[in-house]
Design a protein around this ligand. Structure first.
Ligand SMILES: C[S@@+](CC[C@H](N)C(=O)[O-])C[C@H]1O[C@@H](n2cnc3c(N)ncnc32)[C@H](O)[C@@H]1O
Length: 335
């Protein structure tokens, strides 16, 4: 399998299916240092110890540094050097140190907690998704909410606050963005209980609500199994296209490319997907997710020879618990 590192959560989650080898690639070395540290901590710690180390529970700052001392020997020299210079982040706990986590806690959570405290509590208590969906439509997606999202979902504003130009590469209209966000929320809460949507808790309150509703790899049902597959993990720092160009044909059986599509123009995406097609075994699955604007599927099929799996893409988008993404699934065909 090949996956993009990002926060490391995706690559760790994919280990649950027990791949023989999982190569986790990111062009940004810091993302890979985060993954290295998470993997090293998982090797040494039980789930409850891991949750303390990563920062799920506030406090215990000194203990984190003591744990870090024990992890040193499991880190590569560049990762060790990086973390040595970033001990404050380790001490605070990494879980809420990411750009997104800080953005939610500083800009989104205070607004939502102030205006939606009762609804948040009610949503968390639903046990039937149908009843929850009706409640969400009438109590959350109110005209005032729609107006607020329309006012705040401005590409230029979010680009400045998140300090990242990539998110709106292909989006320019704020009103379409607001509809896209509200439709994503509607879709999610028609299918999933809010108490099982970890990103919703994080987005609305700046924290995860309970230790069972956290990213997939940290959930009690998955942690030990993922931990037992950590030897399959191989971490590579390189641009995706450069790394793939160095690999032989028919190397990978599955690709999870996250949202890299939003970070590049169409031509660059096509160049990467051509390399994906070349390095894939026939029948391999390729999945990535579009954020806010869809990639040009017709052109991608024509220019890469990959086959777009329309039904599967819709099914995965429905099942996704990340609120606002559109999943695109392709299959590699014999070249
Ligand atoms: C927004 S993050 C993913 C976040 C989220 N945790 C996930 O897994 O879906 C996207 C990641 O893609 C990486 N990335 C973007 N373009 C890339 C490229 N051409 N080659 C390798 N990594 C790339 C970025 O460095 C970043 O870590």
């Amino acid at each position: 399998m090949l996956s993009v590192t990002g926060s490391g959560c995706r690559s760790l989650a994919l280990l649950e299916s027990g791949p023989r080898r999982l190569v986790s690639v990111d062009a940004n070395p810091v993302q890979n240092y985060v993954l290295e540290l998470k993997a090293a901590a998982m090797r040494q710690l039980s789930l409850s110890e891991y949750l303390c180390f990563i920062g799920f529970e506030p406090g215990q700052r000194r203990d984190r540094l003591l744990v870090f001392e024990e992890l040193r020997e499991h880190l590569s020299p560049p990762a060790l050097e990086f973390w040595h210079e970033s001990l404050m982040a380790v001490r605070r706990g990494l879980l809420y140190s990411g750009a997104h986590e800080k953005f939610y806690a500083a800009w989104i959570a205070p607004l939502i907690v102030a205006s939606r405290r009762r609804q948040l509590r009610d949503l968390h208590n639903f046990t039937q998704v149908e009843a929850q969906s009706l409640y969400f439509e009438s109590e959350w997606l109110t005209p005032a909410w729609e107006r607020a999202v329309r006012m705040l979902a401005r590409p230029r504003l979010i680009r400045i606050l998140l300090d990242d130009p990539s998110y709106f590469e292909r989006v320019d209209k704020g009103s379409e963005l607001a509809d896209y966000i509200n439709n994503g929320l509607r879709r999610t809460f028609r299918r999933h209980l809010a108490s099982d949507v970890d990103l919703f808790g994080l987005l609305c309150t700046g924290r995860y609500w309970d230790p069972k509703n956290v990213p997939f790899y940290m959930r009690p049902a998955n942690y030990e199994r993922i931990k037992s597959h950590l030897d399959a993990l191989e971490i590579v720092t390189a641009p995706l296209g450069t790394y793939l160009a160095q690999q032989e044909e028919a190397t990978f059986g599955a690709y999870s490319l996250s949202d890299v599509t939003g970070w590049m123009p169409h031509e660059d995406l096509v160049a990467i997907l051509r390399e994906v097609g070349r390095t894939a075994v026939p029948g391999a699955r390729i999945v990535y997710r579009d954020l806010f604007a869809e990639s040009n599927i017709v052109a991608i099929e024509r220019e890469t020879g990959l086959f777009h799996e329309c039904g599967l893409s819709e099914e995965l988008t429905e099942k996704d618990r990340a609120l606002v993404f559109t999943i695109q699934a392709f299959q590699a065909v014999a070249q």
